[in-house]
Ligand binder design. Structure first.
Ligand SMILES: Nc1nc2c(ncn2[C@@H]2O[C@H](COP(=O)(O)OP(=O)(O)OP(=O)(O)O)[C@@H](O)[C@H]2O)c(=O)[nH]1
Ligand SMILES: [Mg+2]
Length: 699
């Protein structure tokens, strides 16, 4: 395998909506370039970058994967990313490792929510962007319409640099606006071979129109070119390419290319344009990092001469191999077997079997230069988002901003005895995918897992089984209900026991009263004249707290109430702490049922973003979830709704919102307060709780 220097590398993240043709395009690019020996297919389960069993079975991408295409002495590293929003973490990771985003847009569907998200993230990161209009051979493909769609909905900076000849089943050629030549594809070509001809007369008008758009764009990137253009002077192809390249690097121009991955039409042109227009890693602005232990920023010059700095942007755990880390070199170069340093974890790592990846296959290389993307297995303690540098010059790169989980479900093993394997598996899967999180909730006595959506969590369950041999089932997370009082009551707790020798005696009188929400618990010692010796009063308090933790009507902890202990009696010989604690427990049990106990539930402060056209449905749905809508306002292209919604009603909300808004909506939440549960709902909660407690006690 040839080793490429930074100026001969291009790193491209292939991003866009689900099923827009990204994986097929990556496969076609590698195959047409001759870097991969077979033209794979997603539907046949042979695509280069959809190689995991999950992906082959489901026919869509779940994890990012690497491929490369060598063209004209340049190596294009292609990072294929999943389009489904449940897996957006990998799209973000892929873009973080790239020098440009190739945003794939389906010629039949146009801009979709996944296209918007990819665009937003690439723009925020200042990543150069190019568009590829894919699936041009499909029935109803419409180049002009989709181009307009991108221009109107994403960016006015999009400019076609080639246009198709024929569309849908008639798609058979591409006109290159720079060379002013037309490529007509040879029917049945395997690798996109074509005949170069003059522009067909019926395409002249179209060519002129697009050519003028392109020339105007070029002229506006550069004052010198603008003057010459206005003066009617010719701008050469090389000058035009150079101008577009500059525009791409600064984000001022987003070229649009087109083709069909399955027919391999347009793939050669795309290879050529990626090498010509995407900046090399050495042409990118220096990455800013922090020196370890010193927050002053340092600029990392993208050169082999700088000390080595790389970021791990993905970790996968492979059976029989262990953890495999994908990393991008931001500065310096590295040799196979080199010792590098993970400063925050104070661990030195050896890069044994330094490799590059072509889909599932890895090839060992003697070294990698600045900008390249490498793969290494079995690092000791280096995980996704970690920086590898040198001990002499330790630095830390900014972390990839992985999004937080939106959907939380409970998980448990189906077969007893697999609990340990479950916890190892969950831990490993979090390392593979930082958007997946897990924790054991001691109060709910459940393991909770969080992800971007239900599909995400279902895939996690599949991976637990396949990779770790754990059979697990998902369920609804329990709700942390509370109890409190709405009224006052008072009464006695008397504990008396006579057994042979020394007996037990404790006696107290208490008053229970409600407190404001969020106040917790207060105990007021109102004992006068030592009717309970002061050393025993804390025992009464302790007994009450112990009883309150077990609930009154439903077995949930009681909160927001006050207890006054105002009377009692004792026995010189038989009284002790234990007796007064028992008296406290009994007093609480006697009095609490008379103080109008009620059930409280956690209520979330929810913010939902929806397109205006789905606003009615989204609000109606929130109301049906016992939500209290606080208001709505315009927020960019979407409308933001704020509401208080009981946590118990938010189960599977991500999925519901996704379907109501066709994936465009989003939401976030935080715990707002505890509120009284309406009586009819409370009744159901109590029944459910009774069953739960019976099950637990029965075990
Ligand atoms: N007709 C036609 N079909 C295509 C083309 N490219 C891809 N497809 C089909 O479109 C479907 C989706 O293609 P993928 O390459 O998996 O799309 P993707 O963007 O990787 O999808 P995700 O991984 O889900 O994000 C598959 O059934 C492909 O066979 C094309 O150029 N022409
Ligand atoms: Mg894919």
């Amino acid at each position: 395998m040839k080793v490429y220097t930074g100026d001969r590398i291009r790193n491209v993240a292939v991003v866009g909506h689900g099923a827009s043709g990204k994986t097929s395009l990556v496969d076609a690019l590698a195959f047409v370039a001759g870097s991969s020996t077979r033209h794979g297919s997603v539907t046949q389960g042979t695509a280069l970058t959809d190689y995991t069993p999950d992906e082959i079975e489901r026919q869509y991408s779940i994890s990012l994967a690497l491929a490369h295409a060598e063209w004209n002495g340049v190596k294009i590293n292609l990072i294929d990313t999943p389009g489904y929003l449940d897996f957006i973490g990998d799209a973000l990771a892929g873009m973080s490792a790239a020098d440009a985003a190739l945003i794939v847009v389906g010629a039949t569907s146009g801009v979709e929510v996944g296209t918007e998200k990819a665009w937003e993230f690439a723009s925020e990161r200042g990543l150069p962007r190019l568009f590829f209009l894919s699936l041009l051979d499909k029935e109803n493909a419409d180049f002009e319409k989709v181009y307009r769609d991108i221009k109107d909905h994403l960016t006015p900076k999009v400019v076609p640099i080639e246009i198709p000849v024929g569309e849908g089943p008639d798609f058979h050629g591409i006109i290159n606006l720079f060379s002013r030549k037309c490529h007509l594809y040879k029917k049945g070509t395997k690798t996109g071979e074509y005949d170069e001809v003059d522009i067909p007369p019926e395409y002249q008008e179209r060519f002129d129109r697009y050519s003028q758009d392109l020339m105007e764009t070029i002229a506006t990137t550069n004052d010198d070119l603008l003057e010459r253009y206005l003066g009617g002077e010719e701008i050469t192809r090389d000058e035009a390419i150079q101008a577009i390249k500059q525009g791409v690097a600064s984000g001022e121009v987003c070229p649009l290319l087109c083709g069909s991955a399955t027919l391999t039409y347009g793939v050669r042109a795309l290879l050529a344009k990626l090498t010509e227009l995407v900046p090399a890693p050495t042409e990118r602005p220096p990455v800013v990092a922090e020196r370890w232990g010193d927050p002053t920023p340092v600029e990392l010059a993208p050169s082999d001469d700088s000390p080595f700095v790389a970021q791990v942007f993905k970790t996968v755990s492979e059976p029989h191999v262990g953890d495999v880390s994908f990393f991008r070199i931001h500065a310096g170069s590295v040799k196979n077997g080199a010792d590098v340093f993970n400063a925050p974890r104070s661990v030195s790592e050896k890069l044994n079997h330094l490799s590059i990846a072509q889909g599932r296959d890895r090839t060992e290389v003697p070294m990698l230069h600045v900008g390249d993307i490498g793969v290494v297995a079995k690092l000791k303690d280096t995980h996704t988002n970690d920086t590898l540098s040198t001990e002499a010059s330790p630095v830390v790169l900014q972390k990839i901003p992985f999004p937080e989980p939106l959907t939380v479900l409970s998980i448990k093993v189906k077969q007893r005895g697999e609990e340990d394997k479950l916890s190892t598996g969950l831990h490993k899967l979090h390392e593979e995918d930082p958007t997946f999180q897990h924790r054991y909730d001691a109060e709910l006595r459940q393991t909770l897992i969080g992800g971007r959506g239900e599909r995400h969590l279902e895939i996690i369950v599949g991976r637990l089984e396949r990779k770790f041999g754990v059979h697990a089932a998902l369920g609804q997370p329990r709700i942390a209900y509370r109890e409190t009082f709405k009224g006052k009551a008072e009464g006695q707790g008397r504990h008396k026991k006579q057994t042979g020798g020394r007996g037990q005696f404790g006696d107290c009188w208490i008053r229970i009263a409600p407190l404001a929400r969020g106040s917790g618990y207060e105990f007021d010692d109102k004992i006068k004249g030592g009717v309970i010796p002061s050393k025993y009063v804390p025992a009464v308090d302790k007994g009450i707290q112990e009883a309150a933790a077990r609930g009154v009507t439903s077995g949930y902890p009681v909160v927001d109430f006050k207890v006054e202990c105002y009377d009692g009696s004792y026995h010189d010989v038989d009284s002790n702490e234990q007796s007064f604690k028992m008296a406290g427990i009994m007093a609480f049990r006697n009095v609490a049922p008379n103080a109008k106990p009620v059930l409280l539930e956690p209520v979330l402060d929810v913010q939902v973003w929806t397109p205006e056209e789905n606003l009615g449905e989204v609000m109606g749905d929130l109301s049906s979830r016992r939500g209290q809508i606080l208001g709505s306002e315009r927020d960019g292209r979407l409308t933001k709704v704020r509401a208080y919604v009981p946590e118990a009603e938010m189960y599977r909300y991500a999925t519901q919102l996704h379907s109501m808004t066709h994936g465009r909506g989003g939401f976030q939440w935080s715990l707002s307060s505890y509120q009284e549960v309406p009586p009819d709902v409370a009744e159901k909660v109590r029944e459910q709780r009774k069953k739960e407690l019976e099950e637990e006690n029965g075990r």
